[in-house]
Design a binder for this molecule. Structure first.
Ligand code: Q9C
Ligand code: ZN
Length: 347
């Protein structure tokens, strides 16, 4: 497993949920809990990340988004847009006719310009956010390096998560799309067919958007039906990709309280799609534990023991695999859930 302590400084204080400020669900303890659980099992090695630079990020994300995230906090402190303690959460969003012609708020002060790039009110920015997001990308790319170097499995303890981040949009607790960045990097290193299997509770709208017109990166996702669940506006079963990418995007929406039997059947379907494409690069798994029965912001019904079955189904693909941590907010169980998944995987 690969981790970086840089995520500890992304401690966002509050998110706005249903009109109310609440303590962030996406907090540092998520990753420290997994690290602690895995450290108790001598079979798992914890490795530091190595620096991979900016190029893999700008290969996926609009440089305006990257530049905005890099400088917005310092700008906000200097201009008084934050008192230095309150996080940045935009209050004015660029939508509809205002967004016509590709206008993205050029000329508007950076803290306000966040509203042209942000999906929701749940993704606060503080002093350590940019550094944490950069480090999460390094963690993911380091795990990919390990698998390319011959490991059958590597687990990237990314935080912040990534799959809601699109080419020019952040949100859903995500800033840079760690899984998409690994996928694109694999293509640039020569892969012809890459597959991303997304088993977070939420649809990975960002990953879908980034590869929507691409036939060289398959995206297959199991998630709560967007008719009831965030991110609401994508993840329906009929979204199949466009142009060359048509047929390389697969969404499998799940009903309320889906348990392991139905979940396993859906996952087998997803795995069959991966096998049809037969990737020539490591499999990328966007791994969320917010499918857990007691997750505080979700409504599926997997138990700790069920994750062993989930791990074993994915392991039966017999492909070198990079696990990229996405969501999972039941802090008291996330370590046990990760251990259960890994034991089922046989890693
Ligand atoms: N009313 C990930 O799991 N808030 N992101 C939902 C619903 C945002 C989840 C609010 C949830 C983001 C990586
Ligand atoms: Zn999620």
């Amino acid at each position: 497993m690969v981790a970086s302590p840089a995520h500890l400084a992304h401690d966002g204080l509050i998110e706005v949920m249903g009109g109310r400020p609440v303590p962030c669900f996406e907090k540092p303890e998520r990753i420290t809990a997994i690290e602690r659980a895995l450290a108790e099992e001598s079979s798992y090695r914890l490795l530091p990340s190595t620096v991979h630079g900016m190029q893999p990020i700008t290969a996926v994300h609009d440089s305006d988004l990257v530049e905005l995230l890099e400088h917005v906090w310092t700008d906000a402190v200097m201009s008084g847009a934050t008192d230095g303690a309150s996080p940045l959460i935009p209050d004015t969003f660029l939508v509809g006719p205002l967004a016509a012609g590709g206008y993205r708020g050029a000329g508007t002060a950076r803290p306000a310009r966040l509203g042209a790039y942000c999906l929701d009110t749940a993704t606060p920015i503080v002093a350590g956010t940019y550094g944490a997001a950069r480090a999460a990308v390094d963690v993911a790319l380091t795990a990919a390096d390990l698998v390319l170097g011959g490991e059958q499995l590597a687990y990237a303890l990314c935080r912040p998560p990534g799959h809601h981040a699109a080419r020019a949009m952040y949100g859903g607790y995500c800033f840079f799309n760690n899984a998409a960045i690994v996928a694109e990097d694999l293509v640039r290193r020569g892969a012809g067919r890459v597959a991303i299997l997304d088993i977070d509770y939420h649809h990975g709208n960002g990953t879908q958007q980034i590869f929507w017109e691409r036939s060289d990166v398959l995206y297959v996702s199991l998630h709560a039906d967007p008719a009831r669940a965030f991110p609401y506006f994508s993840g329906h079963a009929d979204e199949a990709g466009a142009g060359a990418g048509e047929g390389f995007n697969h969404n499998i929406p799940l009903g309320v309280r889906t348990g392991i039997e139905d979940y396993a059947a859906a996952l087998e379907r997803a795995c069959a799609i991966v096998n049809e494409v037969d990737p020539d690069a490591p499999l990328i798994v966007s791994l969320g534990f917010d499918t857990f029965e007691r997750d505080p912001i979700a409504d599926l019904a997997l138990s700790t023991e069920d994750y062993a079955r989930v791990g074993s189904i994915i392991a039966s693909l017999s492909r070198p695999t990079v696990l990229i941590q996405e969501g999972g907010y039941a802090i008291d169980a996330i370590g046990a859930n990760a251990l259960s998944f890994l034991s089922g995987f046989g890693g």
